[in-house]
Design a protein around this ligand. Sequence first.
Ligand code: ATP
Ligand code: MN
Length: 463
Amino acid sequence: MMKRIKVKNLLSNPELGSDVLVKGWVRTKRGNKNIIFVALNDGSTINNIQVVVEVASFDENLLKEISTGACIGVTGKLIESQGQGQHIEISAATIEIYGKSDAETYPLQKKGHSMEFLRENAHLRFRTNTFGAVFRIRHAMAFAIHKYFNDKGFIYLHTPIITGSDCEGAGEMFHVTTMDLKNMPRTADGSVDYNNDFFGKETNLTVSGQLEGELGALSLGDIYTFGPTFRAENSNTPRHLAEFWMIEPEMAFYDLTDNMDLAEDFVKYLIRYALDNCIEDLEFLNNMIDKALLERLKFVVDNEFVRITYTEAVSILTSSGKQWEYQVDWGRDLQAEHERYLVEEHFKRPVILTDYPKEIKAFYMKQNDDGKTVRAMDVLFPGIGEIIGGSQREEQYDRLLSRIKELKLQEKDFWWYLDTRRFGSAPHSGFGLGFERLILFVTGMANIRDVIPFPRTPKNAEF
Ligand code: ATP
Ligand code: MN
């Protein structure tokens, strides 16, 4: 038995005259009564291999079954191509049909489909050039993330997906329960009694692994998490998912500047990795999806990010002469329109904003001595807005506790978190990179639903 070769390997190192076996899905079939050309794709690369079939040498019924979408295996000789568009092709000796495909009802026809249509057919959209490219790049980015941190001596820490704590003290979480929703046990005061629930307490899907990540960093030094996170926010935007993946490094002995340096180096590394390792897919996306993609990626790699405070940003925005949909006022959170103005119009490069008002940031961020701001940082990207959110953490027990009380959070819920500030606390920092926002940027895709295999968004959990 001949061993199957992947099309990517075949094309990168072709041995003309050798006999090969390839397996894949028929993208197109054309020809005449003497000869048929089949474009075969096996997902290993954006490129197809052309299979040339002499009609006279094959059974007529078998040839009929080679239709768009069908899965076939082909043996044959690798030869130089006579036609245009490819250097090599396979002159077919045998063809096996693994899975027929009815050309009439196959959803992916030759004409270009809308992104919406392909989302409804997400089970098949991997078979298009665009989604093949996107998901190969997504894989490469996941690999590069692990490589980056591994090379730097970070420990990959698996923080829990089911949690008993609400990281931000915010709502918007998905409950986890095994109780009968039609018959929930109640306490005397009428609230839900979780004592008999699976965990004996209220639990949720995690919105962030940060708090547990901090516990790791304050022992292991440098850690990172990379896992799914869940937010029940009802934001129907092209940048929000209810289930998304987040990378959260957390580093002992890092101050905010170290944190910004790492974030900038990290995303530049990832984009460079994509340029070095995914160029065929990127060129395809550059041609078909976003003509400025490659230029933008190179620009970000080659230029320093601007670093300014929230307060400076507010004064740029208020003196811009722009009419905003949402008002800009010191103390209010910035909206996407403000972030995009700073990045796309004012500075024309990625911007890191720091030192936000404490009221609009989470309780765990290190308080500045001005009593008003915290050592937060948001990294803002062209076309995306916020891609990273992070901060130096409050390492002082008293200040952390007073903030927890001020915000009326339950001190007892955070006993383990506070413990790290009681026993060998250390300055430390970290951030969260939204994986899909990174993939949006790297691929030039416009909607976050198109960079995750099966998106979960309000009213949508198909597949
Ligand atoms: P935004 O203001 O855009 O909703 P956020 O301030 O809620 O973001 P963080 O809590 O700081 O975001 O989360 C860290 C990172 O996770 C963000 O910078 C972003 O890249 C990503 N992120 C946050 N929420 C979502 C979401 N619903 N879908 C996809 N990615 C998200
Ligand atoms: Mn959010």
